[in-house]
Design a protein around this ligand. Structure first.
Ligand SMILES: [Fe+2]
Ligand SMILES: [Fe+2]
Length: 273
């Protein structure tokens, strides 16, 4: 009996610990990549791109950039809450240690966006679908659903958006911040993939099934979020529709491939685009 238990649990348990060592490596990586809000080039370069032209044109452009900053501020404010929840729920020491860095990262991102918001004259419009998505994720039953939704899915797809913003805002504080967030969110994503593998190795069929069901509930709201534009970017939204749809489709398909690589049965996933 004892031998049986040993052979049954032994290799699995040590494999899990081995994979957790992988999660711990992201803790060390995150510590090395840490930066401070004061490291941004405040006062040396403009906060957002500057334009010449009529006062109306300048005001329109400012509103547009303010809406970009607002959306990212909203996302990082919510990320603080989600990272704190992951930190408090994760049962493994290695993951908990890693999440201490993610909570700090998201808080620091929020600090930078708040400062930038002040520099551009306050907040713009809030994305109601992002609020809904986060509410659903915070209320999810299992840690597996949360790690998948936040780190595996969302943290990856925000990266190309930061690259797009950085390209359009060269020589500004905004560009510098987006470049830093690309690095940080890359770590948030990869650490989540590593931890989700550990979690799903030991997960029951029921937990896996619930994850797929949660995906089907989240995806339609995610589509609304991805296609939503505040008034200040309505025109650009129409021009970008094709690019948005293409990126959205690729993001969802990539998410489904990742889910499959975790051994999830994705045949029941309904792609809403
Ligand atoms: Fe962030
Ligand atoms: Fe993040």
């Amino acid at each position: 009996m004892a031998t049986e238990q040993l052979t049954e649990q032994g290799p699995d348990a040590s494999d899990d610990r081995g994979d957790l060592a992988g999660v711990l490596r992201y803790y060390e990586l995150a510590k090395r990549a840490e930066w401070q809000v004061r490291d941004l080039p405040w006062g040396e370069v403009p906060p957002i791109p500057e334009y010449s032209g009529s006062p109306e044109k300048i005001a329109r452009r400012r509103d547009m950039w303010r809406s970009v900053v607002t959306q990212q501020l909203q996302a990082d404010e919510l990320a603080v809450e989600m990272a704190a929840q992951l930190f408090s729920l994760a049962p493994d020491r290695e993951a908990k240690l890693y999440y201490t860095t993610m909570v700090q990262d998201e808080a620091r991102h929020t600090e930078a966006w708040l400062k930038l918001t002040d520099e551009v004259g306050g907040r713009g419009e809030r994305d109601p679908y992002l609020d809904r998505l986060v509410e659903m994720t915070l209320g999810a039953d299992t840690l597996e659903e949360k790690v998948f939704g936040i780190q595996v899915f969302y943290e990856r797809l925000i990266i190309p958006r930061f690259r797009m913003i950085a390209r359009a805002s060269q020589g500004t504080v905004l560009e510098d911040l987006c470049n830093r967030l690309t690095v940080d969110d890359g770590i948030h994503h990869r650490s989540g993939v590593a931890y989700e593998r550990v979690l799903l190795q030991g997960a029951s069929r029921k937990t896996k099934q619930k994850l797929v069901e949660a995906g089907n509930r989240l995806l339609p709201v995610f589509v609304q979020h991805a296609l939503w534009r505040p008034k200040a970017r309505e025109v650009i939204g129409r021009l970008m529709r094709e690019t948005d749809m293409r990126m959205l489709k690729e993001d969802i398909e990539h998410g489904v491939r990742l889910a499959k690589s975790f051994g999830l049965d994705v045949s029941e996933i309904r792609i809403p685009v």
